[in-house]
Ligand binder design. Structure first.
Ligand SMILES: O=C(O)CCC(=O)C(=O)O
Ligand SMILES: [Fe+2]
Length: 293
């Protein structure tokens, strides 16, 4: 999959553009979403459904079958990994039906995605870089792993679970608390990064939190990430299992109103990348007037 991604991104811009604009699927350069967000990134966004992959891949690779097989096999493998993790999470929450979350992404109509992100090094493509300087980060002249521009701005992933793999170039950062950014070291041979998405936060009644993250551009090395977003089907009803709610002490009320994935996705697409959308689905309780996610 990684080889196929590299060969796609190394094509001339005009050829890549034939697979764009990402609307929302296809090739995108700098623009992320429809509301003015941008970064130093080019990407290929694919629906994880095999039929949709074969449609999009017609324009992607000269060796169409290789590309399609690589995507299908990769998606299948990371979906299984995501399901296993979700089943362990349900088990950890003492939910008797341990496949309650994984069934949502195993659904035939699951809206899961695969996103291939390519962050060209700053030295490589000077014409690509003329905006969004992050003043909080290291801007020292030392080229060695200097991260000084935003590749993918801060956000939480809206889906259920994200499985991310990158090459050996640093850039991913998470924000466990406001204003604090912690680098996530890449371990391409052994490790995937796993993110809880907003929908899983709602499904677990806030027990698992979707963490804010962003990707910085490395000044001298090209970075690539392959990101699987496990999502439910559009009509799936997102509501936490009753086991996670108690009306007696300790009082754990429902935190979010039920919603469908289609509804949440619409809310996501209509807002900026960095917006906190889950707060609009939160139920108010008497002792909870000021709400923050
Ligand atoms: O490329 C990365 O490391 C992060 C990308 C990301 O957060 C995303 O595609 O949602
Ligand atoms: Fe993300």
């Amino acid at each position: 999959m990684e080889d196929e991604s590299y060969s796609f991104f190394s094509k001339p811009f005009s050829q890549k553009q034939c697979v764009g604009p990402a609307n929302p699927y296809g090739y995108g350069c700098k623009n992320i979403g429809f509301n003015g967000d941008n970064g130093e990134v080019e990407y290929l966004l694919l629906h994880a459904n095999p039929l949709s992959i074969s449609q999009t891949s017609k324009n992607i690779s000269s060796d169409l079958i290789m590309f399609r097989c690589a995507v299908n096999e990769y998606v299948e493998a990371v979906r299984e990994l995501a399901c296993e993790i979700l089943e362990l999470m349900a088990q950890g929450l003492w939910i008797p039906d341990t496949s309650i979350f994984s069934n949502l992404i195993r659904d035939l109509h699951s809206d899961s995605l695969l996103r291939l992100n390519h962050y060209p090094s700053l030295s490589w493509t000077p014409h690509l870089h003329h905006h969004l300087v992050d003043h909080n980060s290291d801007t020292s002249p030392n080229c060695n792993s200097t991260l000084c521009k935003i590749g993918f701005g801060e956000h939480t992933d809206p889906q259920i679970l994200t499985i991310l793999r990158s090459n050996d170039v640093a850039g991913l950062q998470i924000s466990p608390q406001h204003g604090l950014w912690v680098p996530v070291s890449p371990h391409p041979c052994t490790a995937f990064s796993v993110f809880v998405g907003d929908t899983l936060q709602a499904l677990t009644n806030g027990r698992f939190k979707s963490v804010r993250h962003r990707a910085m551009v490395n000044s001298c090395k090209t970075r690539m990430s392959m990101v699987y977003f496990g999502a439910p089907s559009p009509n799936a009803r997102i509501c936490c299992p009753s086991e996670l709610v108690t009306t007696t002490t300790p009082h754990k009320p429902y935190l979010y109103r039920p919603f469908t994935w289609a509804e949440y996705k619409k809310a996501t697409y209509s807002r900026r990348l960095g917006d906190t959308r889950l707060q609009f689905f939160r139920l108010k309780s008497e002792n909870d007037e000021t709400i923050s996610e």
